[in-house]
Design a protein around this ligand. Structure first.
Ligand SMILES: Cc1cc2nc3c(=O)[nH]c(=O)nc-3n(C[C@H](O)[C@H](O)[C@H](O)COP(=O)(O)OP(=O)(O)OC[C@H]3O[C@@H](n4cnc5c(N)ncnc54)[C@H](O)[C@@H]3O)c2cc1C
Length: 289
């Protein structure tokens, strides 16, 4: 691995001025993607900036009226170890517990999962389904964008030079709502999703009040299937509606054939996983947390 300098700023201001400086710098949250990439020579840096000591990056703040603020560097184990977060966003807690294994979860962050922008990233479809937004800072100031607009290609995101992700914000889950992320992998753990489906629903008087569906591993970026969720809104909560939305997800998917699966296999999985994820989310919503 090429040598680099290491900095561990203690404030956001210090981090943005280092990151916006003249040296070729990369940010490190957990490092579970970055270190692998540096070691393989896929990325190089003169300076690696460790963001784990910045208070805003380490924050988990939940209140039922305001929702969840999740610092970009919060490691997965803190998410599924947080009782309030697990009760309010059980699917987020489950995603944090399925990324890698115990050692990876001790370091890996949901912010890093998003910034790495892999089409197969497990957290991103669920973040999209849960209407998460990104809080971004740079030397030019702060801005906010929806997670569905964040990834621009495999390994690419919409951060401009010198910008960093500070935190994610999830709106309150609300009554009669449920969410789920399901992935298919050939092994039980530590593998890349052949397909993943993240969904969130809110129910009202036997109909879907709203629904959102997003997929992983079936397009150059995590894929928001906006039209399937919009179509479900107002439809009765039954097997036919769910199956029709699952078929729409299948049609929207544009996967490739590779060693983990063919186009046809992946498209088939899109329908199966979307249907199962919707069924689970509906069940959760009916339990009226
Ligand atoms: C053994 C193993 C198993 C894995 N299993 C899974 C899995 O099951 N599912 C899955 O989705 N992934 C998996 N991964 C990939 C990886 O662990 C996840 O993507 C993880 O969430 C990355 O988080 P991190 O904090 O380690 O990111 P880092 O490696 O620190 O960062 C990832 C990228 O984002 C950039 N970055 C980080 N933070 C910021 C920020 N705040 N602002 C701007 N840019 C930033 C970094 O510069 C880097 O390019 C696995 C990796 C390994 C090594």
């Amino acid at each position: 691995m090429k040598e680099f300098d290491y900095a561990a700023p203690r404030s956001l201001g210090e981090a943005t001025s280092l990151f916006g400086g003249p040296r070729k710098a990369l940010l490190l949250a957990g490092g579970t993607d970055l270190i692998v990439q540096l070691r393989a020579g896929r990325k190089t840096a003169d300076l690696v900036i460790d963001i784990k000591h910045i208070p805003e990056m380490n924050e988990i703040r939940y209140d039922p009226a305001g929702g969840l603020t999740l610092g970009a560097a919060v490691p997965c184990y803190r998410i599924y170890g947080d009782g309030a977060v697990s009760r309010a966003y059980p699917a987020l807690s489950e995603v944090a517990a399925l990324i890698g294994g115990t050692q990876i979860q001790g370091r890996a962050s949901i912010g890093g999962n998003l910034c790495n922008a892999a089409p197969s990233a497990d957290a991103i479809p669920l973040l999209i389904a849960l209407r998460a937004t990104c809080r971004i800072a740079g030397r030019g100031g702060a801005r906010e964008i929806a997670v569905e607009d964040f990834c621009t290609g495999p390994g690419r995101n919409s951060l401009q030079a010198g910008e960093l992700l500070v935190s994610l914000h999830l709106p309150p889950a609300g009554k009669r709502s449920g969410s789920q992320y399901l992935r298919f992998i050939p092994r039980n753990e530590m593998d890349i999703a052949v397909v993943g489906a993240g969904v969130a629903v809110t129910l009202e008087d036997g109909v879907f009040r709203s629904a959102r569906i997003a997929l992983s591993s079936v397009a150059p970026t995590p894929l928001f299937v906006r039209e399937a969720g919009e179509w479900l809104a107002g439809k009765p909560v039954n097997a036919e509606s769910i199956q029709a939305a699952a078929e729409m997800a299948k049609v929207a998917a544009a996967p490739i054939t590779d060693m983990r699966g063919t186009i046809e296999y992946r498209k088939h999985l899109c329908a199966v996983l979307t249907r199962r994820a919707l069924e689970a989310a509906v069940q959760q919503a009916r339990e009226d947390r």
